[in-house]
Design a protein around this ligand. Structure first.
Ligand SMILES: NC(=O)CC[C@H](N)C(=O)O
Length: 254
């Protein structure tokens, strides 16, 4: 049976665990390096990437996380998790932050502005619809979200979105009490990518009732000899884990 690890240091790991339960896949909260050996795929949730990096450093998780990425097992970073997976992040707090790396892209950490500039928008996701069915659109929940500014040649763009007027007007991005100039000249930015075994989304699919990104991720596999990671939809039900503990699905945005 497929087991998916969810990095559970900080951020929206509970929501990813609940999404996995809803599609009938076993999720395991990962807090220690050795736990990674027992999982087939890994989700790095949204939250706050600097804090997550400090916690990962304290728990000596970086070597094991980098090793996991290099094995070719599927790894999905959502929002702060996307920043964590990127080869380069700009707009970091002073002193910088450690990244896992592997995803050949440059992200801007708080591209869309502060928490107050969080927004929701309908994204066009043809690749997701092609592989998972359903509508061409997906409700993107962007919370103090990053954006992908540049991608390498092996990176497939799965979704982009127009830069909101508010972001364009915001030529100052405030971080750590310091104002830093951020000129927004582009009309659209990239918000979802795939590169081999790595998936990155700048938004939060785990906060919606549309589970297609989770199911899409579970079908990513190391090479053609691997069986795809199976999932059995159990929409709308609450599940017991292997120890008989009952978990209730969390409220989601409809
Ligand atoms: N919702 C999120 O994960 C926000 C990420 C945040 N911009 C960061 O730097 O970590």
């Amino acid at each position: 049976m497929t087991t998916v690890g969810v990095l559970a240091l900080q951020g929206s790991f509970n929501e990813h665990m609940a999404a996995l339960r809803r599609i009938g896949v076993k999720g395991v909260e990962i807090r220690k390096a050795e736990q990674l050996q027992a999982v087939d795929a890994l989700i790095i949730p949204g939250g706050e990437s600097t804090t997550m990096a400090k916690l990962a450093h304290c728990h000596n998780l970086f070597p094991a996380l980098r090793e996991f990425v290099s094995t070719g097992k599927p790894v999905w970073g959502t929002c702060a998790g996307l920043i964590f997976l990127a080869n380069k992040a700009i707009g970091q707090k002073s002193g910088g932050q450690e990244l896992i790396g592997g995803l050949d892209c440059i992200v801007n950490r708080n591209f869309f502005g502060s928490q107050l500039q969080s927004f929701e928008t309908e994204l066009s996701v043809p690749k997701l619809a092609e592989e998972e069915g359903g509508p061409n659109g997906f409700r993107g929940v962007f919370i103090r979200a990053p954006a992908i500014l540049e991608v390498g040649p092996d990176v497939e763009i799965l979704a982009d979105c127009p830069v909101p007027l508010e972001t364009k007007k915001n030529i100052m991005s405030v971080d750590n009490g310091q104002e830093e100039e951020m000129l927004v000249s582009c009309e659209r930015v990239i918000v979802a990518v795939r590169q081999g075994n790595l998936l990155g989304t700048a938004f939060h699919p785990e906060l919606t009732s549309d589970l297609r990104w989770h199911s899409f991720f579970l079908k990513m596999k190391k090479d053609s000899s691997d069986r795809s990671l199976q999932c059995v939809p159990t929409l709308g039900t609450d599940l017991e884990d292997s120890r008989g503990k009952r978990h209730f699905n969390l409220p989601i945005y409809e």
